[in-house]
Design a protein around this ligand. Structure first.
Ligand SMILES: *Cc1c(COP(=O)(O)O)cnc(C)c1O
Length: 375
């Protein structure tokens, strides 16, 4: 037996450059899933490649208890980037670990056990984060998971108010659900969650692993909703595809976070890659560009895709197209016949998460392909 668990696609990728992936036959594809949002500044961005390459030659690894320049710089950048006073930084290696840390920190800081999560939410696959993930198919056969988790309907402010009490350590949710089908939350809903958690002394954990880093048109989705959570998690594209996660916390959560750790926390190479990725997002003004390109794409979908589309949702370059037939056949058609790689978000939603660097020509090519496949 060789690699297992992942069902592999019939395309072997040889190289990547910007929005383009090239397979071993030399066929080029537009990567409009950004390989699950992991390449916000495009594949192999030269500034990120340079930063990682010089770092690997200088110092490939040192135990996490010794500071080094690349991690110190990343701490500063993330601390600066965090919304409001969410400026304490814990680094790890993936999204699920960032959420795992958030839940541990919240339990420790509050001395409470209960965690409130939402229907259709996705927070990762380790046993704590998985316990807060909604879909049963991810949990089947792996239970019992971490206990103390209660689910409430996503978007229902009253249900949330009712679930949060003085036993609640944390509420965890996405500001715009990704895996669950590209489901946006109303600003009033997120503000209600903020108020209720604050009143109860519980931590509001905002999972921005998919929405963050400029994807939804501002560096963090939370900015558009004008709230500051207690904890914000990020991962996926933070180091342009090298494994990383970060848990950003307010003082009260970080100060009493207890004993948590990880061997690879903020290693030199990944820190250098993340620092360069954040620099590119900032100096290329990618959040604003994502906002503009996203509005353009959603407008074109409305205009050109007509009857085959039930609904278009999302913000910036996180776009869900709800279709009438199953999404898997459409995705296959897009890849094989139009060289466009996109993602599903459930059985009836096509998901676009392109690199934030896309231009009109890329968007138009993908709209043309979608028009043929769906229209
Ligand atoms: C992908 C994702 C995760 C899990 O990240 P991994 O790096 O796969 O562990 C958690 N939350 C959200 C919202 C995600 O999109």
């Amino acid at each position: 037996m060789s690699g297992f668990v992942f069902s592999e696609k019939p395309i072997e990728i040889a190289s990547g450059d910007g929005v383009t992936l090239t397979d071993t036959n030399g066929t080029e594809y537009l990567d409009f899933g950004a390989s699950y949002a992991c390449t916000p500044v495009g594949h192999c961005h030269p500034e990120v490649v340079d930063a990682a390459t010089s770092q690997i030659e200088e110092l490939m690894y040192v135990q996490a208890s010794y500071p080094h320049a690349a991690r110190t710089a990343l701490y500063e950048q993330l601390s600066e980037a965090g919304p409001g006073d969410v400026d304490n930084v814990w680094l790890c290696n993936s999204g699920t670990e960032a959420n795992e840390a958030a839940l541990k920190f919240a339990r420790h800081a509050t001395g409470r056990e209960k965690i409130v999560a939402t229907t259709q939410g996705f927070h990762g696959r380790t046993m704590g984060a998985l316990a807060t993930t909604w879909k049963q198919k991810y949990k089947q056969g792996f239970e019992p998971l971490a206990g103390g988790v209660e689910f409430v309907e996503y978007g229902d402010a009253d249900a949330m108010r009712e679930a949060i009490d003085d036993e609640t350590a944390a509420v965890i949710l996405e500001p715009l659900q990704g895996e669950g089908g590209i489901n946006p939350a109303a600003t009033e809903y997120l503000q209600a969650v903020r108020e209720a958690t604050e009143e109860a002394g519980a931590a509001m954990v905002l999972d921005e692993i998919q929405t963050g880093l400029g994807r939804t048109g501002s560096l963090w989705a939370t900015e558009k909703h004008d709230i500051v959570p207690d904890v914000l998690t990020t991962a996926k594209g933070l180091a342009s595809g090298l494994p990383i996660g970060a848990t950003l916390c307010r003082d009260w959560v970080a100060e009493d976070a207890g004993n948590h750790g990880s061997t690879f926390s903020g290693g030199p190479v990944v820190s250098a890659a993340a620092g360069a990725t954040l620099d590119v997002i900032e100096h290329e003004d990618l959040p604003a560009h994502a906002d503009e390109m996203g509005a353009y794409i959603r407008g074109q979908i409305d205009e050109r895709l007509g009857d085959g589309v039930r609904d278009v949702r999302g913000d910036g370059l996180m776009i869900g197209i709800e279709v009438k037939r199953g999404s898997n056949r459409l995705l296959r058609d897009l890849a094989i016949n139009h060289q466009v790689l996109a993602l599903p978000a459930g059985r009836t939603v096509l998901r676009l998460l392109p690199p934030l660097t896309i231009e009109r020509e890329h968007a138009d090519a993908v709209i043309d392909a979608l028009a043929e496949v769906i229209g």
